[in-house]
Design a protein around this ligand. Structure first.
Ligand code: PA5
Length: 429
């Protein structure tokens, strides 16, 4: 079993008798999702992606990734929100935070802010290196990536000429509509599709995530195989871990636990936390409802947020994600003179010390009145990542339905855009 939900630390917070009706609700929501009988049912294509993805496009993604690796030392990925977070989360999960420092192909993400400092830094990082660009936007009109692409399109054309630039620019967008699709057709960019029935935050297993992940050198066959295993286990209307997680978080929410903290003891999980925050925040935070998703990386953040979690307002619960084995293992050595008093750790691996730190943290937080769940994952590889993605996507859809919201829309995101367009003087605003 690759992934296990360990509920043992919940025993003083969650009574079986209280959980039982919510488990029934979760199973019923999963059944409705399977039948397409749910709010937002025009955006549930992600549910069957691991088994029903477009095989021809998948092969094209692998070819494009190979070409990018053969012709470039830098891939600039332009996108924001769901068109950004999944790919970056996966690459850092699989390659670690220092991935780029070791990689033959560096992957830089831009267009996820309007910071000219960041964009100039990436332009500087491109100097003297061959570059490919993957611009990702389902709508094709999002301002942040549009600004970044305008600048990079010009940069590529100045550097390579129009014809060669067109060979180095890959666009991931709607199959037929939108500015980016029209431009790509006109300029001759190779294009990949964001399916109509898959929303941004559920799109990591489409070309949106797969092209950057494959270009970074990771095995997208194994990723999809893991997601398939996840689909098989979690899509059912039964008592599986994904449905249980959805039920537990709703029970805790109804009991006043309004904030969920995602916790990992591996910094390589930092961007996965960001992906989770978008997935759950954008899916559930609406109609005056929703669990607020937050995250910490430990033990780092125990030295900044630990005090609040242990002792602050009791409206939190935590979901820990742990990994059974470390990619590279370091053992604490014995020092001839125990100058730092650490010889009691000699012979232990850092992974053992880290696992003990996690256990100690959970026990302390439970004592402090914070309900804790633990998701145990075998290791940080493609297969486990695929299963983890499906676990959380499915749980999010079920949990949103239990909350009584449409987990597939994001009407609130428009508010800042309208103001920004008006203040910037965009015609029509
Ligand atoms: O999840 C979502 O739908 C959003 O986060 C979008 O992905 C984000 O706003 C970017 O949109 P687009 O891909 O249309 O540029």
């Amino acid at each position: 079993m690759a992934l296990k939900l360990n509920e043992k630390y919940l025993s003083s917070f969650v009574k079986d008798s209280e959980l039982k009706p919510l488990l029934a609700q979760a199973a019923s929501a999963a059944e409705k999702l399977q039948k397409g009988d749910c709010a937002g049912n025009d955006f549930i294509g992600w549910r069957v992606l691991p088994t029903e993805y477009d095989r021809d496009e998948f092969a094209r993604i692998k070819d494009a990734a190979k070409r990018i690796r053969e012709t470039s030392q830098v891939l600039v990925v332009i996108g924001i929100g769901g068109s950004y977070l999944g790919a970056r989360a996966a690459i850092e999960f699989l390659g670690g935070r220092f991935y780029n420092d070791f990689a033959d192909l560096k992957v830089y993400f831009v267009g996820n802010s309007i910071s000219s400092e960041e964009l100039s830094a990436v332009l500087r990082l491109c100097e003297g290196k061959d570059v490919s660009v993957n611009v990702i936007s389902k709508s094709g009109t999002t301002t942040e990536p549009a600004i970044a692409f305008r600048i990079f399109k010009n940069y590529m054309e100045q550097r390579y000429g129009k014809a060669e630039a067109a060979k180095r620019i890959y666009a991931t967008t709607d199959k037929a509509r939108g500015t980016l699709k029209e431009l790509s057709t006109r300029e001759g960019y190779e294009t990949f599709v964001v399916p109509d029935d898959v929303g941004g935050r559920y799109s990591v297993l489409t070309a949106v995530g797969l092209l950057p992940i494959a270009a970074a050198g990771f095995d997208i066959d194994a990723l999809m195989a893991g997601a398939q295993a996840g689909q098989k286990k979690f899509e059912k209307a039964d008592d599986n871990a994904s449905n249980r997680y959805a039920a537990i978080r709703n029970l805790l929410y109804r009991g006043g636990k309004k904030t969920e903290l995602y916790v990992s003891f591996d910094p390589a999980f930092t961007m996965f936390n960001e992906w989770l925050k978008q997935l759950y925040g954008e899916s559930e935070g609406k109609d005056g409802k929703g669990i607020f998703p937050a995250s910490i990386i430990c033990s780092t953040d125990l030295h900044s947020m630990g005090q609040y979690i242990q002792d602050g307002e009791r409206t939190l619960y935590e979901t820990f994600v742990s990994f059974g084995s470390a990619r590279d293992e370091i053992t604490v050595e014995k020092a001839a003179e125990d100058f730092d008093g650490l010889n009691y750790l000699a012979g232990k691996t850092m992974a053992q010390v880290n696992a003990t730190a996690m256990e100690a943290t959970i026990l302390a937080h439970v004592d402090g009145g914070v309900p804790c769940m633990l998701l145990e994952v075998e290791k940080m590889d493609e297969q486990n990542l695929g299963e983890l993605v499906y676990f959380f996507e499915h749980a999010c859809a079920v949990s949103g339905a239990m909350l009584g919201v449409n987990p597939f829309n994001q009407p609130g995101v428009e508010a800042y855009k309208k103001n920004m367009f008006r203040l910037l003087g965009k015609p029509g605003y």
